[in-house]
Design a protein. Structure first.
Ligand code: DGJ
Length: 536
């Protein structure tokens, strides 16, 4: 029997299963106004050429429900048909009550009836173009429309072209930390709901550091108002608002799942350095609020970061470290997207990765993304097998100008990595770029996925990374053994040939610096299988 796309959890990671097979989302998100058939038509071939297997695409509440209770599915149906025709899956983004804090995708019949569908208000009482999460009418109208969308998908999408759904988009309060409608004021003066307290108590030892600190600073009380339990601060206002956003989204997601239980998540705009809640979109599904969102929105499968900042690894790690499967629905479009993709899949066994504005990606950015996605496609069965069990990692330069080797432990071997972000000179003439110094002007991505497939057997894949291998320090003392390279071969994992390894060539001599290192050339993605040995 055909099973729906679903997640299989294993600890903090999860695997997406589509048509019974592990599916890594090699995605790209369309620009906000790029999902309609005629506009999108010329871009599909480029999306296919970049090696995408899924397009992350918005669907608009105002267009789908122009009159209350009357739905027009034309845009959704066209998208599904065209994705299918190009062998592509879809992650649909529900632009419902909130899109980047605002409510610009609410239908006109919602926008124009502020009595029935109340707006959030500032502390001075000014209305905002943000639907208030404290109004049941807002929530119920959104939930009815979302449920109708999922029911429609159930009826028309028998082939599971749609594999996942994002509920709302970059929720967050601006320009203040929380809503100040009369209902919001009453809720803020009232007690912290028992469900949230219960979550805090039950998960006392696993709470995120910030929430743990706020709760404990006020004596870890198990009842009281918001300021009694968490203190009188902007952080408390943010926790309060996050709880109410989460409860609203939970109702919307649950209504959708009742019709068609696809995996669902919601995404966050991240925090600009130094910004306070309200200066950044307050109360979204951010890592420091992961516990609040988890407790408030159990119908969501996970929360997701939109990572546009240069410190990609820090944000990816923050989401994964909070016990949340990683999916990056929006990432900065640049040559580094290719490197960040490898890090997300290698380090965190990510569900997927997706640069924003994918239809505008071209030239070197497109070539690099295609190279990274080809590697991910080849390694998908291995990623599914090794995610979350400590036998796989992702390597990304910790800083842009890093010169000292980067040491990462992978089980019983220490990887020492250096990165080359520019093409090296004349490798064919036997010149090795050992310093990582610039020899050209064009920066290239540098990153790797490393998987320990057996005792002293590794798969090393990526671009611009040179690795040496060492034994981990021995706690009991004693000299460590030297780790040498027994063999290194380049090849492909080829689905067409039973998922088997297709040998291309043995790498030795200049290509391994006469046995000293394994090198993923800059400018060219490769997959290598390496056998190590140890001696004294
Ligand atoms: C983040 C939003 O989620 C997207 O819909 C889009 O508005 C981008 N920002 C634009 O950079």
């Amino acid at each position: 029997m055909h099973s729906l796309p679903h997640l299989v959890r294993s600890g903090a990671t999860a695997r997406l299963v589509v048509d019974g097979q592990p599916f890594t989302i090699r995605g790209g998100e369309l620009g906000n106004s790029s999902m309609e058939r005629a506009y999108l038509a010329p871009y599909w071939s480029n999306l296919v050429e970049m090696g995408l297997n899924a397009v992350v695409a918005p669907v608009y509440w105002d267009v789908l429900e122009p009159v209350e209770g009357r739905f027009d599915w034309t845009t959704v149906d066209h998208l599904i048909e065209d994705a299918r025709a190009h062998g592509m899956r879809l992650v649909l983004l529900w632009f419902g009550s909130w899109k980047n804090s605002m409510s610009c995708y609410a239908p006109a019949w919602v926008k124009m009836d502020v009595e029935r569908f109340p707006r959030a208000r500032t502390s001075h009482g000014a209305p905002l173009e943000i639907l208030s999460p404290f109004a049941a009418a807002n929530r119920d109208a959104d939930a009815r429309a979302f449920a109708a969308l999922l029911a429609h998908l159930r009826d028309v999408d028998r082939e599971s072209t749609v594999v996942m759904v994002q509920v709302e988009n970059e929720i967050g309060m601006i320009p203040e930390a929380r809503d100040h409608t009369p209902d919001a004021e009453a809720a803020f003066a009232g007690p912290v709901p028992a469900e949230l307290i219960e979550h805090l108590v039950t998960h006392r030892d696993e709470l995120g550091a910030a929430l743990h600190a706020e709760w404990h600073a006020s004596g870890a009380q198990e009842q009281g108002t918001w300021t009694e339990v968490f203190g009188d601060s902007a952080a408390t206002e943010e926790i309060f608002q996050a709880w109410h956003f989460a409860r609203y989204v939970d109702a919307v997601a649950a209504a959708g799942k009742a019709e068609h239980p696809l995996p669902m998540y919601t995404n966050a705009a991240l925090i600009r350095p130094g910004a306070q809640p309200g200066q950044y979109p307050s109360a979204g599904p951010l890592p420091h609020l992961a516990d609040v969102w988890r407790a408030g929105a159990p119908a969501l499968d996970f929360i997701a970061p939109d990572i546009y900042f240069p410190d990609f690894a820090r944000w990816a790690d923050a989401y994964a470290d909070s016990g949340n499967p990683l999916f990056v629905p929006e990432a900065l479009r640049s040559v580094d997207a290719a490197a960040n993709a490898l890090y997300a899949f290698g380090k965190h066994g990510a569900l997927g990765f997706s640069p924003f504005g994918i239809e505008s990606v071209s030239g070197n950015e497109a070539a690099m993304l295609a190279g990274a996605y080809d590697v991910v496609a080849q390694l998908t069965p291995l990623i599914a097998e090794h995610a979350g069990d400590g036998s796989m990692t992702g390597l990304l330069p910790p800083t842009a100008d890093m010169r000292t080797p980067h040491r990462v432990r992978l089980d019983d071997v220490v990887l020492e990595a250096t990165y080359e972000r520019v093409p090296a000179p004349s490798l064919a003439d036997g010149v090795i770029n050992e310093t990582g110094q610039a020899h050209g002007t064009q920066e290239l991505p540098a990153a790797a996925i490393v998987i320990r497939t057996g005792p002293d057997e590794l798969v090393v894949a990526g671009i611009g990374v040179t690795l040496t291998f060492h034994e981990p320090p021995r706690p009991a003392g004693g000299a460590a053994q030297v780790v040498g390279i027994l063999s290194c071969e380049e090849g492909r994992y080829d689905d067409a040939a039973d998922g088997g390894w297709q040998h291309l060539r043995w790498l030795n001599g200049d290509q391994t610096h006469q046995g000293r290192h394994v090198r993923l050339e800059p400018g060219r993605f490769t997959v290598q299988r390496v056998r190590l040995y140890r001696y004294r």
